[in-house]
Design a protein around this ligand. Sequence first.
Ligand code: UDP
Length: 348
Amino acid sequence: MKVLITGGAGFIGSNLTRKYLEKGDTVYVVDNLSTGSYENISDLVEKYPDKLVYQNDSILNDNVMKEAIENVDVVVHLAAAVGVKYIIENPLSAMETNILGTENVLKWVNKFKKKIFIASSSEVYGDQEKAPLSEEDSVIYGPSDKLRWSYAASKLVDEFIALAYYRTSNTPVVVGRLFNIIGTNQTGRYGMVVPGLIRQALTNEPLTVYGNGKQTRTFTYVEDTVWAIMKMMENPNCNGRIINIGGLEEISIYDLAKKIISLTNSSSKIKLVPYEKVYTKDFDDMQRRVPSLKKAKELINYHPEYNLEQSLKLIIKAIKKNIEQKDSTSSRRGKTRKGVKEGEKSNP
Ligand code: UDP
């Protein structure tokens, strides 16, 4: 099978690329590295020279998407502007990527009638504090001058467009609402809490917990996420559905910080940082985020295998290794990095 993964050099995308390649499939990755990184897939490009094609391009590029989608069997659409920090710093391009980019992908998927997975987010629930959140629940948003809601709204528009293609043309689409995915190669650069706090703990810096730290999240390990995406792609009963994919353990961010300090044996302290010191005043945080996994269980027999502690231990190990490697290679700075320039393919 040939799979196109948009955003395949990103955190979730690269893990999915690896899984499809291990299964024997051919993978086409289109990623403009806006938040992804070539390093996420460089080992795969070397290991699978005949099975992985990486193209450095934008999902907004009409010709690229037409050609890529026409040539594959299925599409996994993960390319998106993600991370609170990135959205706040790039409000316009974030909207363009998330809305126009997804529409561009769906337009060609519809034309060539390919199955597609669309990555949505638990953010679409907005200010809903109900727990657990089920796919049928209403969404609650704040005013449009608060940037945080723009991300939620853009993902909700993606869902509407995807379902509209399903309803009007029977295009096989499935939407996954992903709840705070974490894993070893997630970068903390765009504000994601777990890699950020772990890095702080490992370098004995204060762990920055925003607000009063009572806000909660439910984290999902990336291996469980990619398993679920592959299952949803295989199962025609998922077509036309929106499905939560998440973890089981709700935890406050304050308790998460405490857990990370304990698992890393760190001497760091926790520092509460008021929201207005971190983001602009246009920012609202979600207080609670717990998924109902009933639908995912019914449709694909989903039950997360990695608990929070296991996941954190794996991520701590990876970040520790990364810090040690950076320390030991800092003397070798200046070495040119291998990559693929914009508009180029790895294995044309
Ligand atoms: N957060 C924090 N310290 C950080 C980064 C994030 O306390 O260094 C908080 C953030 O305010 C939010 C939670 O951790 O309440 C999860 O943040 P993230 O950006 O990872 O995910 P999202 O807010 O999109 O669920």
